[in-house]
Design a protein around this ligand. Structure first.
Ligand SMILES: Cc1cc2nc3c(=O)[nH]c(=O)nc-3n(C[C@H](O)[C@H](O)[C@H](O)COP(=O)(O)OP(=O)(O)OC[C@H]3O[C@@H](n4cnc5c(N)ncnc54)[C@H](O)[C@@H]3O)c2cc1C
Length: 397
């Protein structure tokens, strides 16, 4: 027999747990089921600091059972497909119906789309902070680097936390400087983007950080292959001026960010937009074709930078609009596109970028946030992790 829940949430990550916890704070009688096959929950923003050697990776992992709100029903299964016309979610084992569906299974990391990457990741000085397993190896690579080519890669696809592929480069540069190897280092950034950062106010500071470490910037480049054994990587240009130009680059260490996309089961579902993401209205976060479906977080098609900070502003909007829909009222929750990227620029230095859909700064503090600050570094390292586990996942913030 098909099981029914008033609200079904797909994904018990940052977004799913935030929404469930906030909904229960507003109405403890709701019937909410969270689908997630994972035993573990991760605080991914600290993986940059773990890769920089200043955060214990074990503190970024908790049991999923401990973060699921007590009143929620945890269905430890993967959603496989959706029939939104009949309000149905299908898993390997069963099918479930819902009144309201919230879709937030995160982003898909496509490690396999770079030839040779899976074989060499975690060896041959090839590292990535985009993995709980391998982030600590990044610091091994930084520590063991004695000069030569240090490559930092940013893919040609959307990614979660647009700053993460280069934040670790600034930390590495600072480490090399402190340990007397910067002079012997050739730090190179190879990116699938057209610029370093979307918001000019913060990009200006980052360009100065690159200048002081003599970092060479390469844009409109796609990483196609890594030959780990021979420590070289193949990039292919795709801009007007470098179209199809192949470059093999030798490296002594290389930090890779995997290409990313919407999860396949979302791409192949009626919920997807043309690019594969969940097709929601950018203000109400309600699906554009199915009124009882909402989405937020990395899997949503919201045209903003995919971060946990963005989810902090999206979750209350989803909650307000779900409660309005259940009460047959108009939706009044409205999301501005707010997102934030704490750009670590060195050990003890951070630029807190905060901006909206139009890349206009939306700053919290009464000072110029484009300046590198120790206080903002402390916010990221000491305050935000505690706030995540204690406030955000419990629906208090
Ligand atoms: C290296 C790195 C640095 C970052 N730095 C920052 C930062 O400084 N600041 C910041 O705000 N953000 C940062 N982020 C981004 C932030 O972690 C993500 O934006 C956030 O976790 C997204 O939340 P989410 O709920 O959409 O996805 P996730 O938190 O990834 O959760 C998705 C959940 O869905 C589950 N799931 C997947 N498929 C299915 C399925 N088929 N059925 C059911 N469940 C499924 C997964 O098991 C997972 O639990 C960083 C991320 C990384 C990797």
């Amino acid at each position: 027999m098909q099981k029914h829940h008033q609200i079904i949430i797909i994904g018990g990550g940052n977004a799913g747990i935030s929404v469930a916890a906030q909904l229960f704070r507003k109405n403890s009688k709701l019937d909410i089921a969270i689908f997630d096959p994972s035993d573990k929950h991760y605080y991914q923003p600290a993986w940059t600091l773990a890769g920089g050697g200043v955060f214990d990776i074990r503190k970024t992992e908790r049991n999923e059972a401990d973060v699921i709100p007590k009143k929620a029903i945890w269905i430890k299964e993967s959603a496989k497909s959706f029939n939104p016309d009949t309000n149905e979610v299908v898993t390997e084992a069963a099918s479930y119906s819902y009144d309201i569906l919230v879709v937030c299974p995160g982003i898909q990391l496509n490690w396999g789309s770079i030839k040779g990457l899976n074989e060499t990741l975690g060896h041959n000085s090839v590292c990535s902070n985009y993995s709980f397993k391998y982030a600590p190896y990044t610091f091994e690579c930084i520590k063991n680097f004695k000069g030569g080519n240090a490559i930092f890669h940013n893919p040609h696809t959307p990614v979660k936390c647009g700053g993460a592929p280069h934040k670790i480069m600034y930390m590495a540069a600072d480490y090399f400087r402190k340990h007397g190897v910067l002079e012997k280092s050739n730090i190179q950034y190879w990116s699938g983007g057209a610029k370093l950062f979307a918001v000019p106010k913060y990009e200006k500071t980052l360009l100065n950080v690159c200048k002081r470490a003599n970092i060479k910037l390469n844009f409109m480049q796609r990483l196609d292959e890594i030959d780990g054994e021979n420590k070289r990587a193949k990039f292919v240009g795709f801009g007007e001026n470098n179209k199809d130009v192949e470059t093999w680059v030798d490296f002594d260490m290389m930090h890779v960010t995997p290409p990313q996309s919407a999860p396949d089961f979302i791409k192949n579902s009626p919920l997807a937009n043309a690019a594969g993401w969940v097709d929601v209205d950018k203000n109400t976060l309600q699906h554009v074709r199915y009124a009882n479906v909402f989405s937020l977080g990395d899997a949503s098609g919201l045209p903003t930078s995919k971060t946990g900070a963005a989810i902090r502003k999206q979750a209350p909007v989803v909650v307000e609009n779900i409660l309005a829909l259940l009460a047959h009222q108009n939706l009044s929750g409205n999301y501005s596109g707010y997102t934030s990227c704490p750009l670590v620029t060195g050990y003890g230095k951070l630029v807190l970028a905060e901006f909206d859909y139009n890349n206009q700064p939306m700053e919290t503090f009464p000072f110029d946030q484009s300046k590198e600050r120790w206080s903002m570094y402390l916010l990221k390292k000491e305050v935000l992790p505690r706030m995540y586990w204690g406030q955000i996942l419990t629906g208090k913030a």
